[in-house]
Design a protein around this ligand. Structure first.
Ligand code: GLY
Length: 374
């Protein structure tokens, strides 16, 4: 057993060393850009109100926390300020402010005690709370005409509210987060552990109007990254609240997810397409699943958590040894074969910054990092 652990640690340490080298190379080349997708070897510069703008600085904060290196800290430092500046202009921020402010403002505050970062994080938590639909008891997704839509991704935004409740001792943040999580239990997670991407509610009555396929193949299909947002988000909701229903939901989704994995443990972009094995992979679903499974395992007795930890390690090995770009210093990205939005034909078979982020989070956890971003 100890031999296995030592081998795992050695393999992870090797991946970590290469992650540091590659990240420093990318950092030197992209400067202050906000990377989202690398489709032809170069990370792009996405606008700051896009949902992915927290992942690169979050990845840098984790690297700083693990290594103590100043290069990562100084590159990550300004991001919560830049997000606030973007908020002050005409913008399209929405439900995903958790993805943006947890790895920036909240992480910076936790690591440095910076009061301005705390203020910005609480501002974002208030903004997110303001999106609560009282009749339907859900956090509204997106803007414009989508007044009654809710999406599974928001499970990963709830930790911003749960953190704010603890930070301010104001239970309203937790009440809203739990009300949304309860709606997800009721309307998003199916009996078999699979999950809807979008539920459209009547914004006045709160009744379900319809289920939408969103980034999945079809309304009744099973978008792999969506399954992971539910798995990881429910596990974190349990960590903050101790509500056993959230833990059991995370386990149910995890069992379904694990049962759908192909032999190399890296999922296709949707588990319910006519011929999944011919479909593109989504390495971002894999890396996020690995980190979420480690979260789940850590909250259970060792014997009960072992299955989740074992699968997480298998995924990490597969990503690092089959799907990583760690030895290719000429192309940006840590992982290849991410799928952003297959139905729209956007960002298929590319490096995605959130895939890279959750890969770093996973390897850091497997090397003993105890920090929490989500
Ligand atoms: N939150 C959007 C996505 O997972 O692509």
């Amino acid at each position: 057993m100890n031999g296995n652990i030592d081998t795992m640690q050695q393999r992870m340490k090797l991946q970590w060393t290469k992650i540091e080298r590659k990240t420093e190379k990318i950092l030197g080349e992209i400067g202050s850009r906000s990377p989202h997708v690398a489709s032809s070897g170069q990370y792009d510069d996405m606008r700051l109100d896009w949902w992915t703008s927290g992942f690169w600085p979050g990845l840098l904060w984790i690297l700083h926390d693990v290594t103590g290196k100043e290069i990562y800290r100084s590159a990550a430092w300004d991001w919560d300020f830049k997000l606030e500046q973007a908020f002050a202009r005409k913008n399209n921020f929405h439900h995903d402010v958790g993805f943006q402010f947890l790895p920036t403002a909240v992480m910076k505050y936790k690591l440095t005690g910076d009061e301005e970062a705390r203020r910005r994080a609480l501002f974002a938590a208030n903004f997110l709370s303001g999106r609560f639909n009282m009749q339907g008891r859900f956090l509204r997704a997106w803007n414009q005409d989508k007044t009654g839509w809710a999406i599974i991704d928001s499970m990963m935004n709830l930790p911003l509210l749960l953190w704010a409740a603890e930070e301010t001792s104001d239970p309203r943040f937790r009440q809203i987060a739990c009300a949304h999580a309860d709606t997800v239990l009721r309307h998003f997670i199916r009996e078999d552990g699979s999950v809807y991407h979008i539920v459209a509610f009547d914004p006045d009555t709160g009744e379900v109007d319809e289920y939408l396929g969103g980034q999945g193949y079809a309304p009744q299909s099973s978008w792999s990254r969506g399954q992971v947002w539910a798995l990881y988000g429910m596990a974190v909701a349990y960590r903050f609240t101790g509500d056993i229903r959230y833990l059991r939901a995370a386990q149910r989704v995890a069992h379904y997810f694990i049962s759908c994995l192909p032999a190399d443990r890296v999922p296709h972009w949707d588990f319910r397409t006519p011929n999944p094995s011919n479909e593109p992979r989504d390495t971002s679903a894999a890396s996020c699943a690995a980190s979420g499974l480690l979260e789940l395992a850590a909250m259970l007795p060792a014997e009960e958590g072992r299955i989740y930890r074992t699968v997480a390690i298998d995924i990490a090995f597969s990503l690092g040894e089959r799907y990583a770009l760690l030895d290719d210093l000429d192309r940006h990205g840590l992982l290849r074969e991410g799928t952003g939005n297959k139905p729209d034909g956007q960002n298929v078979n590319v490096s995605l910054i959130y895939g890279d982020y959750f890969y770093v989070e996973t390897v850091a956890k497997l090397l003993g990092w105890q920090g929490k971003v989500f």
